[in-house]
Design a protein. Structure first.
Ligand SMILES: Nc1ncnc2c1ncn2[C@@H]1O[C@H](COP(=O)(O)OP(=O)(O)O)[C@@H](O)[C@H]1O
Ligand SMILES: [Mg+2]
Lengths: 242, 384
């Protein structure tokens, strides 16, 4: 059964840089259900990153409500909020953001270690996860020894290793060539999504729109259009299966 | 997370070595320079230490340190002998006398005249000959370093040939025969030390009305040397110090009246500052370079407290390694220099001193880094 993973109402966020105020979110309403890959698309500077930062609980909105699996992160105590993030949220970044001096398997094990798991067990599980993203042979490679696509797969393993319920990805394919980006999306969709998980991907890469179950188009701090593509997908899938 | 912290640090070879080298440098300077300093300062009174046996030194009240000889009249010796609590009191002559070497060169020597009967105040260790040989006519004993370095006469190949037992030299135009070679502790005075009897020293010394440099006193068994010292002071117009007091008087004189403490103080301070600058700066730039990684850890739910512990662990690791290397290098230095003229004394207090110094640098380096990491917004992770 689909569950409400993210529930945003009237989100407003203003950046105050001292001499200048930038309104990045101007009242955003958005619901994201589990089992869905939601894409946030729109021109550069329209507020996509700001929105997923609020959703992921690493940025505080000025006004409005944002609940993730029913939790209002803004009003959680710092400690509980950290624990919530550690347990429930997986991150994938445009720039991979792997720790350069840690091996692939060590990088992928970090969320488990943050959650207090013993290193040995964490390493074993991270190894399994890397196996699933097709990097079973590169466990002890350093990020610099891997290609961009491989690094992003390590990052995906890291985002999923602790089995979080919400995975947020900011421009996960922007640094990759088309084909590699395509592979990464296939991988994400195949292993990151199930009935109890939601996947939010920020992108302005139109070539990967086809992977979305829903697309929220943003412009100037607003969500201008919501498309539900799941129906089309199901239809397409059924034709193929037939 | 500790493992991650250590890997973050050690994986960055360049920075890691930079930080460790900065701390090694600081710890080296903070131990090696003070070790030389302590060694030097102990030399200021090493003659007093070498004489050893007497409890009390009696001298003219104007004397400020061991080499500052202000002669007294011989009769003072008998007055001191008469004071209650004095087991014995012996004369000691100490003065600079020019020696003429076999090749005609002159060398100023530190001549020590010992009580003829007891030879109290003699060198701590004889290398050749015996102290009693001083009783032979014209006999002198010279110290090893002096015999080799200053009193040696250049041979045909230009290298000095050390003075040895049986050789002669002239002290103020009077013949002196070397009957022994002694080992003495080096003093500030780099002149050769020449031991002889008190009577003979009187003949070598330039004619003066007063020649008695010091009176060496032993307190009677059961008497408190401090009390006897006090009694001597009261019964005479002379100054009297216990051995430790006289050492301190000498030490303090050099501390207050020479540039030595300031010079070493400057070296140590510079070492501390340079070490702190290198280590602090490199550690800081290491943290700055990893700020994004810290941000990622933060976003993933790592608390500030944990990040703080990680940075402290990193600082502790480099601190311990840098400290160990610095102290090790200093010990190595001291070992390598053990038979040279260089003063070097490495008491445990210096380990504490430099340990505190290195700790301060590490705390400083960690603090400036921690501030940045604590203030870091996790949302930076999404910035391009
Ligand atoms: N930390 C910040 N400080 C000031 N302005 C910011 C900051 N982050 C984003 N902005 C501004 O907010 C707006 C939305 O930014 P962002 O959410 O990053 O957009 P997008 O991800 O869609 O490109 C932009 O105008 C951007 O310049
Ligand atoms: Mg963005």
């Amino acid at each position: 059964m689909a569950e409400l993973a993210v529930h945003c109402r009237g989100l407003i966020k203003t950046y105050d840089t001292g001499d200048q105020k930038v309104v990045a979110l101007r009242g955003v309403n958005l619901d994201i259900h589990t089992g869905k890959l939601m894409m946030l698309v729109g021109p550069s500077g329209c507020g996509k990153t700001t929105l997923i930062s609020v959703i992921a609980g690493i940025l505080d909105q000025d006004e409005g409500i944002c609940r993730v699996f029913g939790e209002d992160l803004l009003h959680l105590k710092q400690k509980d909020r950290l624990r919530f993030r550690a347990q429930n949220i997986g991150f994938v970044f445009q720039a991979y953001n792997l720790l350069p001096t840690l091996t692939a398997v060590e990088n992928a094990s970090i969320p488990l270690i943050i959650n207090g798991m013993k290193r040995q067990e964490a390493t074993r599980r991270a190894g399994d996860m890397l196996e699933r993203v097709g990097l079973g042979q590169r466990l002890s490679s350093l990020p610099a020894q891997l290609s961009g696509g491989q690094q992003q797969r390590v990052a995906i393993a890291r985002a999923l290793v602790h089995n979080p319920r919400l995975i947020v990805c900011d421009e996960p394919t922007s640094a990759l060539d088309h084909e590699t980006g395509h592979h990464v999306m296939e991988l994400l969709k195949a292993i990151a999504l199930d009935d109890r998980k939601a996947l939010v991907i920020v992108t302005h890469d139109a070539r990967i729109f086809e992977f979305a179950d829903g697309i929220a188009r943003m412009d100037d701090g607003h969500i201008t259009k919501l498309e539900d593509r799941q129906i089309e997908h199901h239809a397409a899938k059924e034709t193929m299966d037939a | 997370m500790n493992y991650i912290a250590l890997k973050m640090l050690m994986g960055d070879r360049g920075k890691y070595l930079g930080i460790v080298m900065g701390l090694t440098f600081a710890s080296l300077i903070m131990t090696q320079q003070p070790a030389i300093f302590v060694g030097l300062m102990m030399r200021s009174y090493s003659f007093i230490t070498d004489v050893g046996l007497p409890d009390i030194w009696v001298m003219d009240p104007k004397v400020q340190f061991i080499d500052d000889v202000k002669p007294m009249q011989d009769m003072e010796l008998y007055r001191v002998r008469g004071i209650e609590g004095v087991e014995w009191a012996m004369p000691l002559y100490k003065g600079l006398i020019k020696a003429r070497l076999a090749n005609g060169n002159f060398q100023t020597c530190n001549v020590i005249g010992l009580d003829d009967a007891t030879l109290i105040g003699g060198p701590p260790q004889m290398l050749e000959g015996r102290l009693e040989d001083l009783r032979r006519s014209d006999a002198v004993i010279i110290d090893k370093a002096g015999a080799v370095e200053k009193l040696g006469v250049p041979g045909p190949d230009g290298k000095p040939i050390p003075l040895k037992v049986g050789d002669t030299l002239e002290l103020n135009d009077r013949r002196a025969i070397v009957v022994g070679i002694a080992k003495t502790t080096r003093t500030f005075q780099s002149q050769p030390v020449v031991y002889t009897t008190y009577t003979r020293a009187m003949m070598y010394a330039p004619r003066e009305r007063k020649l008695l440099s010091f009176i060496l006193v032993k307190a009677k068994p059961g008497e408190d040397p401090k009390a006897v010292t006090e009694r001597i002071r009261r019964s005479t117009d002379l100054a009297a110090y216990t051995q430790a007091e006289f050492q301190k008087l000498t030490y303090d004189y050099f501390m207050e009246n020479t540039g030595i403490p300031i010079n070493f103080g400057i070296s140590v301070t510079l070492g501390f500052i340079v070490g702190a600058a290198i280590a602090g700066q490199t550690f800081y730039s290491f943290t700055m370079e990893n700020l994004r990684q810290f941000g990622v850890l933060k976003a993933m739910g790592t608390s500030n407290w944990t990040l703080l512990r990680m940075i402290l662990l990193q600082a502790t690791l480099v601190g311990i390694i840098g400290y160990g290397l610095g102290v090790g290098l200093t010990s190595l230095f001291g070992w390598a220099m053990r038979n040279t003229i260089l003063a070097f004394k490495f008491p445990w207090e210096l380990l504490v001193f430099s340990g505190v110094g290195v700790t301060l640098i590490c705390i400083f380096a960690a603090l400036i880094s921690i501030r940045k990491v604590i203030a870091l917004e996790p949302a930076v992770v999404f910035k391009g």
